[in-house]
Design a protein. Structure first.
Lengths: 445, 527
């Protein structure tokens, strides 16, 4: 077996050193009834060529996003990632290292995390950021639970514009801990309704911008209302490229910002792994979940970085920890940081402007023949398309993946006629023309 | 004719001085000092070229960000240099044995990286029509089949994104099962003192109180203490097996029986499944739920701290409470059930936005197919043999925490052998860095004084094990011989010396900010 270096001779010699008659002697603590002497009913070992062949066949059964016009968004976005990003993250020193518990020999990872935290804090317009979470949805749940620790209140209000999977994840996790989760009814321009729901028992309000219907909202008024009631404002962003064009959560008064960072540096990967961004105001830092990297000095006074404030964490505080998270999304955070370093401020602003421009082009091509439901958007818009799921299936005949039917995310909202379509820098004018023509034809029927 | 004696010297000059040479530019030879990206001055630089947008953002009015973000940029060659220089300050599996106990730092096959990047997997959107992702669903279904067969469990929830997320998934299923049975009064979770920190943290996360189970002299769960603490308010026990002392819980079947008799569920922390894969099925031990760290047992890369993946296998008692989404076989192929409705209404909810760590599923499945059922059994055997070999060899100088009987995949030592030397576990670990090895896990599990937990994994050769053991034995002798200086100031040869962790925590500096005075530019104020 190509991954196992021991030879039969090595094994014999080593058993001798150990003083064991055979390998079974080392498993003698296993109860007799649970010992399996026969092989399991699974295939035997396979050479690299055959494994690659099987995996390639499975991959070929799928229709990659890049194989034709493609307009899915709704929390995951297809962007171009420069080739150098994937090259660097495959370096052994990054790929095959662990969480940087020994800082003297992990400064590479630690400095990257410090850069990542700085980038995330600046993108979100907040003071501090952690070293990443699993993804945007779990970061959202963690933010809601953090608001309970900060305010000592139990109620979280989730906007009707919050991605339904984020709401479901938050409901599942935060409810289990004992919080009351109030999910407002799905609505395209939903953020204003949030203010009315705030009361003296509110720990936090969670609003998303651009929201799941693509609507961009200035949440400053919600921030005022939340703060007046002693609640925190959590702002969710599922399209990180939008930070390059839109007012930041911090500028609008957010106390905590969480985001899905996949758009920067990471492939679609059929839903994971992604990278959750988590930032907050400085005074809340000791209630944050997850790893934090901080600056310090070594014994010779040289600058270095370490994981810090770990008295918040499970391996020190156990049941009193702020979260149970241990492994995060290190390599995805690295990809994020490299891509963002390649972009810089200049490139991110250009990329964001280009995304918005593509969406305007898309809206322009559809306007007049399709009802556009999103008043202000970044790179995603909601359309009126009766039986949207069927429309998407039908357009597959033209090799067009038209977008995400809202009902797939939230079948109970009575919004079967809403289709979410996103455009990015990878969307071409030909793609847009193809979608516009096909949709017009299909909706006329 | 003789060669000129002037010009390019062909022999190294021998210097009388043995003092350390300091490079004028900082750094040391190939190891360069590298500033932060924000100190490289690229405020108006970019390494990506874009077309000019056809439309502006006037439609967004004052929603547009007017203030500066404060991001630094670099051209592509500068970016490569920056991150490659940083990479060289990391230890890695590909450099030397990385014996972090409980973390399973095994070789990461590169075939797995290659296939995970096939466009048919990597360039697939989680919400595109399922008719266009049948190969991805097929792969998830095959992975599920392997996981169920290897564990002897009837169901698996694939979506948890790491081990701790899997623990959360398992406990939520247990909580849902108790609620469905009208047993919401069960609020207590029992876990051994030696447990991973994630176990009590997860239990508290779902609103349970945590009580510790005592440990026997030989490093196992104390059955009498467990029996005494079980009761009608206990929801579950959380036990790692093989446990964090690297030992198989001999009484595991009795532990499960007592737990079930008390009406509680048995959550098994599967972090150490790599020690028994192919030889023992947790389903035969009475386990109700167990997460499997694909980044441990099934070799997906640790990546400097993730991403992981933590699918959870479930017993028939818990299967119907598994979270959405899951795969079903339908008339027109495979289908993801994404909402808990109708027949599936008992599902406890959702763990994350989409369908789990697909990129990790591809890698883990390629690993399983490469090894096959025979290779996976060999994985467990070699992992256990390597650990026992290290335990046997190092016992010449060091004191194993549990000398009697074999260990499983990791060898645990205490610090009794360091008594009187003035050297601590931490000092010893830092001295290992100078020998070119990553330190072992230190001071964990908590039940062993000055614990040193060494997990070599099955992907180490005998030659590397011997190199490692020779180095540790020599260090141990040096410690006993009173060479305390070697240890107190170690590491000497790493990119940095020991770091001041107290300073970092007392005055947290978590983001880069421009110096208030001096030469550093103040980019945020520049515009």
């Amino acid at each position: 077996m190509r991954y196992l270096p021991l030879t039969p001779d090595d094994r014999t010699k080593m058993l001798g050193v150990v003083g064991a008659a055979d390998i079974d002697a080392l498993f003698s603590d296993v109860p007799v009834s649970a010992r399996r002497s026969e092989l399991f009913a699974l295939p035997l070992h396979t050479g690299e060529l055959d494994v690659e062949r099987e995996l390639s066949q499975l991959a070929a059964m799928n229709r990659p996003a890049g194989a034709g016009p493609f307009f899915c968004g709704a929390g995951a976005y297809r962007h171009h990632v420069p080739a150098s990003v994937d090259h660097i993250i495959q370096r052994s020193e990054f790929l095959t290292s662990y969480t940087p518990y020994q800082p003297e020999i992990a400064q590479g990872t630690l400095q990257v995390l410090f850069e990542f935290q700085t980038q995330v804090a600046r993108l979100t317009g907040l003071d501090v950021a952690n070293a990443s979470m699993y993804d945007g949805s779990t970061a959202c749940a963690e933010a809601v639970m953090m608001s309970q620790r900060v305010t000592r209140r139990e109620k979280a209000i989730l906007s009707g514009g919050l991605h339904p999977h984020y709401a479901a994840t938050t409901q599942t996790i935060a409810h289990a801990e004992g919080m009351e989760i109030v999910r407002l009814a799905a609505a395209i321009d939903a953020e204003a309704a949030v203010i009315e729901a705030i009361d003296a028992g509110t720990a936090c309000v969670v609003v998303q911008t651009p929201n799941v219907f693509g609507v961009v909202t200035d949440v400053t008024k919600i921030a005022h209302a939340a703060h007046a009631a002693g609640a925190l404002l959590i702002v969710v962003t599922t399209e990180a490229i939008s930070f390059g064009l839109l007012k930041s959560p911090g500028e609008m008064g957010a106390d905590i910002a969480v985001a899905e960072g996949q758009s920067i540096g990471n492939a679609l990967n059929y839903g994971g792994p992604y990278v959750g961004l988590f930032a907050c105001r400085e005074n809340l830092v000791r209630q944050m979940p997850g790893r934090l990297c901080g600056e310090t000095i070594d014994a010779e006074g040289r600058r270095g970085f370490v994981l810090t404030l770990s008295t918040r964490e499970q391996h020190i505080r156990r049941e009193k920890a702020t979260s149970n998270i241990c492994t995060n999304s290190g390599l995805c955070a690295l990809a994020f940081t490299i891509h963002l370093s390649l972009l810089g401020e200049v490139g991110l602003r250009q990329l964001a402007a280009l995304n918005h421009s593509r969406a305007r082009e898309l809206e322009g091509a559809l306007r007049g023949s399709v009802e556009i439901l999103t008043p202000r958007y970044f790179n995603e818009i909601a359309l009126r398309a009766p039986d949207a799921s069927r429309v998407v299936e039908d357009l597959l005949a033209d090799n067009i993946i038209a977008g995400v039917p809202y009902a797939r995310l939230d079948p109970h909202a009575g919004m079967d006629d809403v289709l979410l379509v996103a455009a990015t820098e990878t969307t071409t004018s030909q793609d847009i023309a193809a979608l516009a023509a096909a949709l017009k034809g299909r909706l006329r029927r | 004719m003789s060669m000129s004696s002037v010009g390019r010297p062909t022999k190294p000059m021998v210097s009388a001085s043995t003092e350390e040479h300091k490079a004028l530019a900082g750094g040391r030879g190939l190891l360069q000092d590298e500033p932060l990206i924000f100190e490289l001055g690229g405020w108006d630089k970019t390494g990506v070229d874009f077309d000019a947008p056809a439309h502006d953002a006037s439609d967004l009015g004052d929603l547009v960000r007017s203030e500066k973000i404060g991001l630094a940029g670099l051209s592509e060659p500068e970016t490569l240099r920056h991150y490659v220089r940083l990479s060289q300050k990391n230890h890695a599996i590909d450099l030397a044995l990385y014996p972090l106990g409980s973390c399973t730092m095994k070789h990461n096959p590169r075939l797995n990286e290659k296939v995970a990047r096939l466009a048919g997997f990597a360039d697939l959107h989680p919400l595109q029509p399922q008719s266009t992702t049948q190969g991805a669903l097929e792969l998830m279904d095959r992975l599920a089949h392997w996981l169920k067969t290897l564990t002897g469990m009837p169901a698996v929830a694939l979506t948890p994104k790491a081990g701790a997320h899997g623990e959360l998934c398992g406990l939520l299923a247990i909580k849902a099962a108790h609620e469905a049975a009208g047993q919401s009064n069960r609020r207590r979770v029992l876990t051994p003192t030696s447990a991973h920190g994630t176990n009590p943290a997860t239990a508290a996360f779902v609103g349970y109180s945590v009580q510790e189970i005592a440990q026997t002299e030989d490093g196992r769960v104390d059955l009498a203490d467990l029996a005494a603490k079980l009761g009608p308010d206990v929801a579950a026990i959380m036990v790692t097996n093989p446990n964090t002392c690297g030992l198989f819980e001999r009484d595991i079947i009795e532990i499960a029986r007592l737990t079930h008799e008390a009406g509680a569920y048995f959550y098994c922390d599967g972090a150490n499944f790599n020690a028994i894969v192919g030889r023992v099925r947790p389903g035969d031990l009475g386990v109700d739920a167990m997460h499997i760290n694909l980044h441990k047992t099934f070799s997906t890369p640790h990546g400097g701290g993730g991403p992981g993946a933590g699918p959870v296998v479930l017993s028939s008692a818990l299967a119907r409470f598994a979270p959405a989404p899951w795969i079903v076989h339908g008339a027109d192929g495979l289908k993801l059930v994404e909402e808990a409705v109708e027949a599936a209404a008992e599902a406890f909810g959702r763990m994350s936005a989409f369908h789990g760590q697909m990129g990790m599923f591809v890698r883990a499945y390629a690993y399983m197919r490469s090894h096959g059922c025979d290779g996976l059994r060999q994985v467990a055997e070699d992992a256990v043999l390597n650990a026992n070999y290290i335990k046997a060899v190092l016992s010449a100088e060091m004191t194993p925490a549990f000398a009697h009987g074999p260990c499983m995949h990791e060898a645990l030592f205490d610090d009794a052998w360091l008594e009187g030397t003035g050297v601590t576990t931490l000092d010893f670990a830092k001295a290992m860095i100078d020998e070119g090895f990553h330190p072992m896990t230190m001071y964990f599990p908590l039940v062993v004084h000055g614990a040193m937990l060494i997990e070599p994994t099955e992907t180490e050769s005998k030659r590397e094990l011997d190199r490692f053991c020779d180095a540790l034995l020599a260090l141990a002798k040096a410690a006993k011989a009173g060479d305390v200086e070697r240890f107190k100031n170690a590491p000497h040869l790493a990119p940095l010396r020991r770091l001041d962790e107290t300073l970092a925590a007392r005055k947290p500096k978590l983001t880069w900010r421009p110096e208030p005075t001096g030469v550093a530019p103040a980019p945020l104020a520049a515009e």
